[in-house]
Design a protein around this ligand. Structure first.
Ligand code: E4P
Length: 227
């Protein structure tokens, strides 16, 4: 399963990219709004320089004509730009039309397998079921990922990638991998948490303490030897 970063923050993207773990980035209008004063096009272009993989840029129109217009513009910024459209019938129309232009779409705000199947049929490159937001309303989000993975596996014509979105904690990442998701898009904080373990920190501290003690023992022997 590939890991994408779910943010529009360039510092975080640069840092996570330096770890060598990123295969792409997803943004949305709310994530962009957090980056005060940042220009959308400049931000997306910069992300394409930092990460060599699909970079999702979301449309804000509510009708297919508007989504297609925005999508055609975003696609000119870089070949890795993926046009994000919502799981609506207007979104499906936009996916269908953009695909004919050779433009790849990520269908977002997906909450069940029906939406995913129709998005795939319309020609979506990626489908993004939102795990955390389903969990928030007491519906098991990860079951929807497993459901979609199974539906897609039963249809050899479907090539759409399943991207687990709205990831809230490190366990979600592993559950998405177990459920068969192709990608998980992860907030930077959750990615950092994923590498933390108290026994790792404790182990480093004890290795370093033992090493320093060893050095302290060697030094007096070395100085005695030179006398
Ligand atoms: C995915 O592409 C979305 O940007 C994202 O995962 C939404 O997550 P949220 O529910 O934490 O806002």
């Amino acid at each position: 399963m590939k890991i994408f970063l779910d943010t529009a923050n360039l510092r975080d993207i640069e840092e996570a990219a330096s770890w060598g773990v990123l295969s792409g980035v997803t943004t949305n209008p709310s994530l962009m709004a957090r980056e005060e004063g940042a220009d959308f096009e400049v931000t997306i272009r910069r992300i394409t320089e930092l990460v060599d993989g699909p970079i999702s840029a979301e449309t804000v129109s509510e009708d297919a004509d508007g989504m297609v217009r925005e999508g055609l513009e975003y696609a000119q910024w870089h070949p890795n730009v993926i046009v994000k459209v919502p799981s609506t019938t207007e979104g499906l129309k936009a996916v269908h039309r953009l695909k004919k232009e050779g433009i790849r779409c990520n269908v977002t705000l997906c909450f069940n397998a029906n939406q995913a199947l129709l998005a795939a049929r319309a020609g979506a490159f990626i489908i993004s079921p939102f795990v955390g937001r389903l969990d928030d309303i007491s519906e098991p989000g990860m079951d929807v990922i497993a459901d979609i993975v199974e539906v897609f596996a039963n249809d050899p014509e479907i090539e759409t990638l399943v991207l687990a979105a709205s990831i809230r904690h490190p366990r979600h990442i592993i559950e998405a991998a177990h459920a068969g998701a192709d990608i998980a898009t992860v907030p930077f904080k959750v990615l950092e948490q994923s590498m933390k373990h108290p026994l790792t920190d404790k182990g480093i501290a004890s290795f370093l303490a033992d090493w320093r003690q060893r050095e302290a023992q060697i030094e007096p022997i070395a100085s005695t030897g030179s006398d």
